[in-house]
Design a protein. Sequence first.
Length: 319
Amino acid sequence: MLKRLHLEEGWLTFSLLAGLMITVALAIAATNWADGLGIAPLVAALAVLTGLALARSRFSDWQTVPFVVCFGLFAIGFFLGRDLPGDWPWRDRILQLLLRVNAFLLRALRGGTNRDPLMFVIFVASVTWVMGVEAAWTVFRNHRVWAAALPPGIALLIIVYYYNGPNRLELYLLVFLIFLLMLAARMHLFWRESEWRRARVAYSPEFRMDFLRVSLAAVALILMLAWVAPSARASPAVATVWTQLTNPWGRVRDTVNRLFSSLRSYGQTVSDYYGATLVLSGPVSNSPKPIMDVQAEPLENGRYYWQARVFDLYRDGRW
């Protein structure tokens, strides 16, 4: 039994990787963009456990895909169905999930706008599941740290960049970097110990703890220097580079906004198109491209009007 529980890379490696993935999941849950995002940390922890079990098995890469897909659907469906309101039996809960996913797919394919926030929760849980399993597989089967940490790292950067709410998600980024650098140091020590064992080089077991303590001190120093450095958002050069990189993805961004239009937004977008005065000019050429999609409760009498600015004084050819 103890032999089965033995992990060549060490359980500290597993703990650091699990902490890294759970930190990303906690960050997306802290955004509160939609109800139900609290399942993300549970999905992340289960995904890392599943990836570890598959990495220690004899299955090849492609042989694990059906199991990952089927078990992922079961786990995500269980977490989502458990949180659905009402005292419905599980058959009705599963049927409701399927109907809502089917309605979402129809809207997505027909160019419609989705207003069901559960679809975003399903998307987040699915991405978290894939990243967690892939990260554990990459670390414990292929022994590659940076390839495992790159997808969740990019996801966390996107979350921190686009979040405008009251929570300080930069702290999650700081914790993520601590786990990442400690994991990289731990795997570097694992590679060295493997080389020493093959070369039959004697070394003290206490060297491992000394190395980890020095690594932790170095990580703390690096992050302290990075924390007091100027913010990337405050740098015009960084902002220009980011704009150039994100411009080609405008259509993708519009599609995401259309598919997840019901998410909570904390920022205030002010667009004063008309200004303080309005000069009369020639005909206006309107584009057929939709500007926004507004949903409002129907009125019994009358209709809605979209009002931007009222000009009540006309003088010298201008309002």
